[in-house]
Design a protein around this ligand. Structure first.
Ligand SMILES: [Zn+2]
Length: 443
């Protein structure tokens, strides 16, 4: 039996060039996919979702987020990159049990859904054992989010079981490519690891047919010229996602464009921690349309709305500063609210290689759709759709559908006992902090 849902009477912001924006329109969903979008659709047998006073847009997409840090939220809010590496990656990281990873993945993925993020690339460089990987995947699956699970070694020389385990996880959890969860490799790359390990990672990912995500151009490590190194070996390609890119040269950014590669930027974390100035404008000038990412959920919150605003502010701020320092003024802003909404949706889908199934409200794509309540004090009266989307917050995320399944409605998360999820995260947090305190006393 065909299962139909009709999203009725909303303000459609489709991100599909043929559909555009509809001041009032309907979206018909059949068996989890978008079947039709029009001003008015008759579907008497469909369940109706009233979208009056709601902006209807594709679910937001985050292309790099370390979900495993969700139970340690706020801890890194005043840290530099050096403090983050010392305390989070080298301090707390090794104390994570598989149980801690599960608790954080579940909480972090629900946080994403609550904030209108229907797809997240989970950059999971916390794989201290095969059990850690299984529990991370279980957390994502239980949360019900669409996710790209980025299998990652925690840094240092990879464990001897690591490559075999990536292959095991690919076969065990990702044998079909059409589910909510897909696989990628979260590689330390040539900046955070040894070059030979980075090359082995690329070979492994290409053998498995999955994308590889690498942090590049990060602070002083960014002077290692990872992209140039990979280019010299003929290894760049459309299956690579370059995270941050702050200290990459313009020539390196052009190499990403020429080889069909992708970029994921996290301007708020980059400005806080000292990765270098956000590369947003330089990437766009080089021909790379970046996607957005939250990165360190233990430092900044999980709101992609906030990331859109941070991206705009950083890029506009530097343009004004550069002009004023020359005694000139900017006549027209080079980056708009429309641009960042694209980065948070369709460009995210392209980065992850999922643009055939998500990223816009297009017939045939998965029904990953969110309804923003704009009839609230922070957004009413509505005068500009893309501006309202960037100025929204979680309070405006009224309804979230993933593959046509309603996972948030009327501002409330469905399918989960939030109290139990939070208790699990608190217990994990307490274990991690007391283990850290004990280590402190012992040293
Ligand atoms: Zn990161």
């Amino acid at each position: 039996m065909t299962y139909r849902t009709l999203v009725k009477g909303g303000i459609i912001y489709s991100l599909d060039p043929d559909i555009g924006e509809l001041p009032r329109g309907d979206v018909l969903i059949e068996d989890g996919k978008i079947a039709a979008v029009a001003g008015s659709i008759e579907a008497s047998d469909a369940r109706v979702l009233d979208a009056a006073g709601r902006i209807v847009l594709p679910g937001l997409i985050d292309t790099h987020r370390h979900l495993w840090q969700a139970a340690l939220r706020q801890i890194a809010a005043d840290w530099t990159l050096t403090q983050y590496i010392d305390q989070m990656l080298l301090g707390y990281g090794p104390r994570f049990s598989a149980e801690d990873v599960y608790a954080a993945e579940l909480l972090g993925a629900i946080e994403a859904i609550d904030a209108g993020v229907t797809t997240v690339m989970d950059w999971a460089h916390i794989m201290y054992s095969p059990d850690h990987a299984d529990e991370a995947v279980r957390g994502l699956r239980d949360a019900g989010v669409r996710a790209v699970f980025g299998y990652g070694s925690p840094g240092g020389p990879p464990a001897e079981w690591y490559a075999d385990d990536v292959t095991r996880v690919a076969g065990r959890h990702f044998s079909s490519d059409d589910g909510l969860l897909t696989l990628a490799l979260a590689s330390m790359g040539p900046e955070f690891g040894a070059l030979d390990d980075a090359l082995a990672d690329l070979e492994l990912a290409r053998r498995l047919g999955v994308r590889t995500s690498i942090h590049v151009g990060v602070g002083l490590l960014g002077q290692r010229r990872s992209i140039t190194e990979l280019h010299r070996r003929g290894l760049l390609g459309p299956d690579l996602i370059f995270v941050h890119c702050n200290m990459c040269t313009d020539a390196e950014l052009r190499l990403i464009a020429e080889t069909g590669g992708h970029a994921s930027i996290s301007p708020r974390v980059e400005m806080q921690m000292g990765h270098g100035y956000p590369a947003t404008g330089r990437l766009r000038a080089a021909g790379v349309q970046p996607s957005l990412s939250i990165d360190v959920v233990s430092g900044v919150g999980g709101s992609v709305f906030a990331e859109m605003r941070g991206t705009l502010e950083a890029e506009r701020g530097i343009a004004h500063h550069t002009a004023l320092s020359r005694g000139e003024v900017v006549q027209e802003l080079g980056i708009t609210t429309k641009d960042v909404v694209r980065m948070a949706t369709i460009e995210g889908a392209r980065t992850l290689g999922l643009d055939d199934r998500i990223g816009s409200i297009t017939p045939g794509k998965q029904a990953d759709i969110i309804l923003l309540d704009v009839d609230r004090p922070n957004l009413s009266p509505l005068n500009n759709l893309s501006a309202a989307i960037t100025l929204a917050d979680n309070e405006n995320v009224d309804t979230v559908l993933i593959g046509g399944r309603i996972v948030k409605q009327g501002g409330r998360i469905l399918e989960h006992d939030l109290g139990a999820v939070q208790r699990g995260a608190v217990a994990s947090r307490d274990r991690l902090l007391s283990a850290a305190a004990k280590a402190e006393v012992a040293s």
